[in-house]
Design a protein around this ligand. Sequence first.
Ligand SMILES: [Ca+2]
Ligand SMILES: [Ca+2]
Length: 206
Amino acid sequence: MSIRTRVTSLFAVLTALLLLGSAAAAAAPGATASPSDPSGPQAEIDAYLAEHPGGVQVSDNAVAYRDGDVVVVFPDPGEDRAPNGLGANIRTSSLATGLAEDLQAAASSIAGCPYDASDRWYCFYTDSGFGGRRLQFLNTCADNAADWGFNNSTSSWVNTNPDSRIVAWDYRGGTALWVEDYGISSDNWVGTSDNDRMSYWTRTNC
Ligand SMILES: [Ca+2]
Ligand SMILES: [Ca+2]
């Protein structure tokens, strides 16, 4: 073998090793998922934001409205429940980081619905057992579920507000379905007769 051939062979081997190395790096576990990761709920979030403009995506799992007073958290595909907090890949916007700090500062949570002295959330869930989407509200006094895409969908709830009761209504001016007592209270199943009926809610002391 000539020297030239040997050098060329060595170069070929080195190139192959480098290529292998970069392939291994690309496949390394723990790589951050991109926002378009097809394993996340991105398609669902895109559809939600299109139907409910004005929201800001704050993570792979959550969108926020009204400067963070309303947060909707989506489960990953195949998961029964939405993740606690904001879920994966919290964005770098001040809204996202501020909200994440707030949720993290909460003393604890019930089924992902945070509570502490300053943050008094109440949460609705579209499935029983605190499953499905989690719709979190901080300062909202009354609202229509349809405005947030969960009309006639609520199957469980959590109220962490010690000063307010929540009353769930079939529709505005209609029948009261259930009362969420002064926090901390929760129900993992509203019952067959009330399931998927809430269209409107009110909050006392508001
Ligand atoms: Ca439901
Ligand atoms: Ca209804």
